[in-house]
Design a protein around this ligand. Structure first.
Ligand code: ADP
Ligand code: MG
Length: 233
């Protein structure tokens, strides 16, 4: 599903250059649930943003579901992003003046789906994350865990090949974090490929493989025995 080879990325600020990714090689098969670990500043988000086509590497190759991601114009990139990728962020990134239902339906609007169909689809995904009764609520009327569930429904609505989650539990208390990880595990059980960036060891062990980043390189990449999130609650 994902194959990256010798990926490098530097940030240039003024005359300074910060070499963040120093030759990353890694691949992910369909159906995997992988965590990307590393201390703050180790380049986790940089890597995830490149995988998510929100940013581009300086050198190296990236193949996503058989498509080489290179020199795409903004329109092509947006099309692939919609087709292949769903995003979940620490800060949820919901639109504050739109209801839960409208937040989930919005990506489908951008894809040109007719209103009736996109509302039905959005409702089905809200049901899936257990929030059917909250569809008319605004984000600030929802708890943190509920907001992240809405964001997960939104990410799933366009049926992406891969879900990319950047610290999805970073703003949540422990119990709520585990509930969100339970949902992520359920979605992976259905066969969806998921990458989770986290700096928390317990969260990483709820995935099936841990990739450890340090000083711009992968220093460890190992399968782990998955801990079911709700065993911890
Ligand atoms: P992590 O997600 O692991 O905390 P990041 O990938 O966000 O790390 O950042 C890696 C390093 O790159 C950090 O030192 C950060 O300050 C720097 N960095 C991240 N984004 C930018 C940017 N847009 N411009 C300049 N430096 C950046
Ligand atoms: Mg980060």
């Amino acid at each position: 599903m994902i194959q990256i080879t010798n990926l490098h990325k530097s940030y240039k600020t003024g005359s300074n250059s910060l070499h963040v990714l120093k030759g990353i090689n890694f691949s992910v098969k369909e159906g995997e649930l992988v965590s990307i670990m590393g201390s703050s500043g180790s380049g986790k988000s940089t890597l995830l943003n490149i995988l998510g086509m929100l940013d581009e590497a300086d050198t190296g190759s990236y193949v996503l579901d058989g498509v080489t991601i290179k020199n795409l114009n903004e329109k092509q990139a947006a099309r692939y992003r919609n087709k292949f990728l769903g995003f979940i962020f620490q800060s949820f990134n919901l639109i504050s003046y739109k209801s839960a239902l409208d937040n989930v339906a919005l990506p489908l609007y951008y894809q040109g789906m007719a209103r009736g169909e996109r509302m039905d689809r959005a409702m089905a995904y809200l049901e899936k994350v257990g929030l059917a009764d909250w569809s008319g609520h605004l984000p600030n009327q929802l708890s943190g865990g509920q907001k992240q569930r809405v964001a997960i429904a939104r990410a799933l609505a366009s049926d992406p090949k891969v879900l990319l989650a950047d610290e999805p539990t970073g703003a949540l208390d422990t119990k709520t974090s585990y509930e969100v990880m339970d949902l992520i595990q359920q979605i992976n059980d259905e066969g969806r490929t998921i990458l989770v960036v986290t700096h928390e060891n317990d969260i990483a062990h709820m995935t099936k493989r841990i990739v450890n980043l340090k000083d711009g390189l992968i220093i460890e990449d190992t399968p782990v025995q998955q801990v079911r999130a709700l065993e911890n609650v």
